[in-house]
Design a protein around this ligand. Sequence first.
Ligand code: ZN
Ligand code: ZN
Length: 67
Amino acid sequence: MAVEDVRYAPETCAHCEGAGTSYCDKKGKVLVRQPSRTCHHCDGDGCIYCGFTGWEGLMAKYPSCTW
Ligand SMILES: [Zn+2]
Ligand SMILES: [Zn+2]
């Protein structure tokens, strides 16, 4: 079985633009699967599909999110 090489990198939370909210665990950044892509539902503005972070492929917090 091949090891899935999935990389994540911190991206600035679109909801608070780095200020830190409950959506990004008050870090201002969220871990996003690379290559990072803005949420196609909201174009990076933030919606329920991306947990209001504006990004697709969020790590762990929203594992049920499909592309
Ligand atoms: Zn935030
Ligand atoms: Zn969205």
